[in-house]
Write a protein of this length. Structure first.
Length: 95
């Protein structure tokens, strides 16, 4: 009985751990899958795959698009959009 309870508690603790956050990359003219070597070309594409706790990293450049996301983060695991190098990415929305 003690061993079964210990196993159940260990399994419950593992299930409570947050999933590892991912970093998705975007670069002007990108046509890839969001990896550092093959970034997306649009912020919206990155947001389509981002999950709670993920970061969307913008490479230097200007991004002019209507921003849409299919999911949001949570109060403790936000989806963050940030420039790879501070001050080098401009995100403007249209529409």
């Amino acid at each position: 009985m003690h061993r079964t309870l210990s196993t159940l508690l260990a399994a419950a603790a593992l299930m409570a751990l947050p999933a590892s956050a991912a970093t998705v990359y975007v670069a002007p003219g990108g046509t890839g899958n969001g990896s550092p070597a093959s970034p997306f070309g649009r912020v919206t594409d990155a947001l389509a795959v981002a999950m709670a706790g993920d970061e969307v990293v913008l490479r230097p450049g200007t991004y002019a698009e209507a921003i849409r996301t299919v999911r949001g983060g949570t109060s403790d695991q936000r989806i963050v959009i940030k420039a790879e190098q501070p001050g080098t990415a401009l995100l403007t929305t249209r529409g």
